[in-house]
Design a protein around this ligand. Structure first.
Ligand code: 5GP
Ligand code: MG
Length: 174
């Protein structure tokens, strides 16, 4: 498989993802102890969010936030611009923030601050992938699907210049 002529190597196959998503959902649901609101960050986390929410057996509401980080496309530098804010009011509600990948941490740190200002009663963070080696700010996710090496990854919602989101596994661009 390749994108824009560059070969892709499989890092996480589809069946491993499916198993891990089920495990994560069980753990999250147990901790939340009742209904909650899933806040999914566009665009990268839409595939993960779609799979995750269908594993929950408590009632969940789903909303989306779309932010863009300042800096180059492959490295954020702190500060985000809100392109699309939440529609659901999360004040006093339990919230699970879902993102595709925790890299430097700048994006998530900013979004967590934005969400805290909306006064949810609980705010937990779930990321599908974590690149701990790349961290620049002190932030940890409460739930992590997989720790991954410091490579540029695509698939399962993650893109390279808008391509590759539809791949069923996670691939590294070689
Ligand atoms: P951070 O602010 O943590 O550096 O950046 C997080 C965002 O950068 C992710 O939500 C994602 O949009 C993008 N990103 C970071 N690493 C990768 C990667 O390996 N592949 C893709 N497609 N996006 C990444
Ligand atoms: Mg993102």
């Amino acid at each position: 498989m390749n994108i824009k002529g560059k070969p892709l190597s499989l890092i996480i196959p589809e069946d491993k993802i499916r198993t891990r998503v089920k495990e994560l959902a069980k753990e999250i649901e147990g901790d939340m102890g009742g209904p909650f609101i899933v806040v999914s960050l566009l665009k990268g986390s839409f595939v993960f969010t779609a799979d995750l929410i269908r594993e929950f057996s408590v009632p969940v509401k789903v909303d989306f936030m779309w932010v863009s980080s300042y800096g180059s496309s492959q490295e954020s530098s702190g500060g985000v611009r809100v392109i699309q804010d939440l529609i659901i009011d999360v004040q006093g509600e339990k919230v699970l923030l879902v993102d595709d990948i925790l890299d430097t941490g700048y994006t998530l740190r900013e979004v967590v601050e934005l969400l805290k200002r909306k006064n949810p009663s609980v705010l937990k963070v779930c990321v599908f992938l974590d690149k701990p080696q790349r961290r620049k700010v002190d932030i940890k996710a409460d739930y992590v699907g997989f720790e991954v090496p410091n490579k540029f990854l695509v698939g399962y919602g993650l893109d390279w210049d808008e391509e590759g989101r539809n791949l069923r596994g996670i691939y590294a661009v070689d």
